[in-house]
Each structure stands twice: as C-alpha cells, then as structure tokens.
Design a binder for this molecule. Structure first.
Ligand code: BG6
Length: 525
C-alpha cells in the first residue's frame, strides 16, 4: 500500500510554521529523493485568496539553505512546480470539496501508477480550528481509492491548555480518525540526539548497570534560548514556558532517559514504556518549582501589562519507581537567557570512600573539593597544611554524562583524570564525541524533515500517543492552574542572565553539584 500517488496537503499554507518549517522540510525530502515528482503533489490550503505563484514566491526564500550547493535553485524551481494552492475557509465544505477535487484530479492523472491514494494532511494551523478542519477532511477529503492507501493527519501542539481541554480536543479528533491515522508532532523527538537515546541506553553494556538510583544523583534536562518572545508575545502569553517547552519537549526527553527497556523497537512497545514513566511521576511540589519572567517581557504590546506568564521555569519531577526513587529530574527552560542550548545532564553520585577528594571542613564550602597530597597521616582535619598548593581553589567535580542536543550536537562524559605531568594532581576532563568532528561531511537532518518522512512511511514511534499526551497533562495541570489563578508568581530576571538565582539554589538543594572552573569547549575542526 505504500506505492502510488501521494498528496501532501499543507493546511495553513501561508502561515509561519508552514513557511519556516513544513515547506523547507518537504523541500529537503524532495532534494534527497524521498519525494518523487512522478507520484507526489503538494497542496497548500489557506483562507487568503492568492495564486499558485503567489504561494510559491512566498516560500521560495525559505527553501534554499545552502546557496553554494550546485543545482539548488533549479531544484527549488522544480519543487515549487509540485505545489498547487487552493483557498477556502476552515469550517465550510465548499473549500474542502474543491480541495478534494484537486487531489482527485492529481490522483487520476497519476493512475498509471496503479497504486493507492495516500493523503497526508499537515495542520500548520492554530488548534482552535483543528476540530472543524478534521470534520471537513473526514466529510470531503478522505481517500476513497479501491486500491487501498490511507488518509493521515499531522497535528502539532498546543494540544489544549490543560488536561480537560486537551482531552476534549483528543475526543473531537478521535471521533473522526483512528489513532494510527493521527500523528502528533513533538519536534524534539525528531532531533538526532534525542533519537540516539534509545541506542545509547540499550545498545551499550556500559550504561546498563549505571543507569539507576544507585549511581545517578540527579538528572537535568535544560532548554535555554538567548532571545525573548519577539513577535510571538500574543501566542506565548496564553501558554507560557511550561506549556510551550516543558510539558511537551522536555517531558518527552525525560521519558526516553527514564523509561525501561521496551519489549522491542515497535512503536507501541516504545510508547508503552514512555507512558509508564509519565504515570509514575509524583505530583509536583510547589517548593520544587521556580518561575521567572524576564524584565521587559510585558513591554511587548501583545502582552498584557499585568501578565503572570512565566518565561522561565525550573521544576523538579520525581519518578516513583524502583529505578528512580529519590532521583530528582530537574526540568528547566527559559527565554531571554544568556545562551541558546538544549542538553541532558546526568550527574553521578560521589565516589564512595574517595581517596582523591576531601571537603575543606572549616572553610564552610562543602562543595569545594581539594586534592590532598597523600603524606602519611594526612586526612581532612589537616587539610590546610596538606593541600597541594596548585590545587587550591580548583574544585573537583562529579562524573557527568552530558548529551548536547543543540547547538553543536555532542555527547561527553566528564571525568576526573590525573593532570598530565610530574605532580600527582587531578583535573577535570572529558571523553568527547562531538558530532561535527566525528561525522565530518554528514548533514544532520532537521527534525521536521525526519518526522514528515515518518508520517509518510507510517512509523508512529516518534509521535505522541493519545494516552501519553493525557499523562503529560496530568503531571502539569495542577501547577498550571495555580499559575493561571495567580497563586504562584514568576520572579523577575534580567534578560541575558541565567534566570532567577532561586533556580540555581533549588538545583543545589535537590543535590546538583556544579563544577566551578570547568567548561567543556566543543572541539574546533
Ligand atoms: C517550539 C516553541 O516548540 O520550540 C518555541 O514553541 C521554541 O518557543 C522552539 O523557540 C524551539 O525549538 P528548537 O528546535 O529551536 O529548540
């Protein structure tokens, strides 16, 4: 059934998501030969009355990502010729009947393929119109080919604003489409290093015995952006950072870090394990949450003057199961911070009975570890005399395994090693797998590109199942309601900072030990 005519319909074709993400992803798939011009046709659908060429011209500028690549502009032109535009409203049959006519015309022009008809509807739309658009598709645009094929819809967050509204939306869509027809995108699941998590965890013997509460002290999943909500203040203010990033992107990553080994790589087996993790998360405690809002956020004319919406949040999640009891999973996300990056940081416990480090008891700095020269009888009490002068002020850190999702994809393992040289002193270093260096010449695909290919191939592994979505909302809804009701207030923070200092305090309260003076520097080529 995978052969035959493929129609990709981008609903909301003139909007931002379509221009910036959907069409460029389709173009990249086309460029790499995944969309064959003899079987694929792309339809843009939106309310605006424009011509095919108007739409093509609007998106052309977003497609070329490498001007120096030979033949790109010809490829762009060929690709654009595959696109047709249909205008119509989102809640009346007229437009969708017209759309169906166009799709059918395309299908019959390709009937030499003797295949089925595959119809992929990509909702680059505000969720408020999801129910009506779904109804219209169901009524007017379903695949009716006797030769098989399918109709699928691709939807993206926000899926509601809390448990109730999300369940309502799920029910509305669920009445019209079966779960295997619904692809809920979370684009973090399309990122290379997120996809690598499963391999890393379950294909390496080394990690198996370490990945649990006996060895891991805490886990951080962090998203930072060094810009604010520019231009999207209106959307953002209704949702806030928890709904925008944490409840979906970071929680999905958490599932992959924390889940048990799935029975197999079948999508349902993987998603079953993810759901179990979500269902094991305990209610979030108010004292384990820090909210922030950057100064100047409310200056955006689309943001209400008294907005209580957080643009930063740190929340500690606790997973009540045998593997993770007692290990804090710290989810942190913020806009207008000092850097742009997303990473997973697994911090291991201290080495028991460690002979290399010792706390300076009297200094009051418990986290300061100093190397003690192993002179006879030197123990912590005499740390001041025994300290290797060159090590003073250098703090030894814990082992950490860091998975850098972006930018500069990498994995590195922070280790304590002997400082090379005559002295027996220790230093922080790392085993580093930096992708740019290790995989030179390999282009890492864009998340959307990979996920759209999955929707065409019918692989739901990297998409959010309905019960998963529900469990994710169950975790955050009580907290979100308290914020919405003004019972919890964000702390102000300066744009370009690390966020509210209280968030760092919370981090160390739950056990994270920061290594001062050590910075991982991505290798240059
Ligand atoms: C989106 C959020 O889902 O993810 C945005 O709505 C955010 O606010 C974006 O900027 C970040 O995606 P990425 O892939 O750049 O990390």
């Amino acid at each position: 059934p995978e052969a035959g005519c493929l129609s990709i319909i981008v609903l909301g074709a003139s909007g931002d998501l379509a221009k910036k993400k959907t069409f460029p992803a389709l173009f990249n798939l086309y460029r790499q030969g995944f969309l064959q011009s003899n079987e694929v046709h792309i339809f843009g659908y939106a309310r605006t009355k424009i011509s095919d060429d108007d739409l093509r011209n609007r998106i052309r500028g977003y497609l070329i990502n490498d001007k120096s690549a030979p033949g790109q502009s010809e490829q762009v032109s060929e690709f654009l010729q595959l696109i047709k535009y249909v205008s119509g409203s989102y809640d009346t049959e007229e437009g969708f009947q017209l759309l169906d006519k166009e799709i059918s015309a395309h299908e019959s022009s390709k009937n030499s393929l003797e295949g089925s008809s595959r119809r992929l509807f990509y909702f680059a739309l505000p969720p408020s119109v999801y129910p009506s658009v779904s109804r219209m598709i169901k009524k007017c645009c379903m695949n009716r080919s006797d030769l098989g094929g399918w109709t699928r819809i691709v939807v993206e967050k926000p899926f509601g604003k809390d448990l109730d509204s999300s369940e309502k939306l799920s029910a509305q869509i669920g009445e019209l489409f079966e779960e295997p027809q619904i692809y809920r995108i979370d684009h973090y699941l399309g990122k290379e290093l997120v996809q690598n998590l499963l391999v890393l965890r379950f294909a390496n013997r080394m990690f198996l015995p370490l990945w649990n509460r006996d060895n891991i002290d805490n886990v951080q999943i962090v998203f930072r952006e060094d810009f604010g909500t520019e231009g999207r203040g209106g959307y953002f203010d209704e949702y806030g950072i928890i709904r925008d990033i944490i409840q979906n992107h970071l929680l999905q990553v958490l599932c992959l870090v924390a889940m048990e080994k799935p029975v197999s790589l079948k999508p349902e087996h993987i998603r079953d394990e993810k759901v179990k993790v979500l269902q094991s998360v305990l209610p979030i405690k108010d004292e384990e949450v820090v909210l922030g809002q950057y100064d100047g956020y409310r200056d955006d004319p689309t943001v209400p003057d008294h907005s209580n919406t957080p643009t930063f949040a740190t929340a500690v999640l606790r997973i009540h199961n045998e593997r993770w009891e007692g290990v804090p999973f710290i989810l942190k996300a913020g806009k207008a911070l000092n850097s742009r990056k997303a990473e997973i940081r697994i911090q291991f416990k201290d080495v028991p009975g460690d002979i290399f480090k010792c706390t300076a008891r009297n200094s009051g700095q418990n986290s300061v570890f100093t190397y003690v020269r192993r002179l006879s009888g030197d123990f912590c009490d005499s740390v001041h005399e025994a300290v290797d002068k060159s090590a003073v002020g250098k703090k030894q850190g814990r082992n950490e395994f860091v998975i850098r999702l972006q930018p500069s994809e990498a994995m590195y393992m922070k280790l304590t090693v002997k400082q090379p040289g005559l002295e027996m002193s220790t230093a922080q270093s790392e085993l580093d797998l930096s992708y740019r260096q290790r995989y030179q010449g390999v282009t890492i695909p864009e998340a959307y590109e990979r996920l759209i290919l999955d929707t065409i191939r019918g692989d739901q592994q990297h998409f959010v199942r309905r019960d998963e979505l529900k469990a994710a909302w169950e975790i955050f809804t009580p907290l979100l309601h308290r914020i919405d009701n003004g019972e919890m207030k964000p702390l102000p923070y300066k744009p370009g900072s690390r966020g509210p200092a209280e968030a760092d305090e919370l981090l160390s309260e739950v056990g994270y030990v920061q290594t001062h003076g050590y910075i991982w520097i991505p290798p240059t080529l």
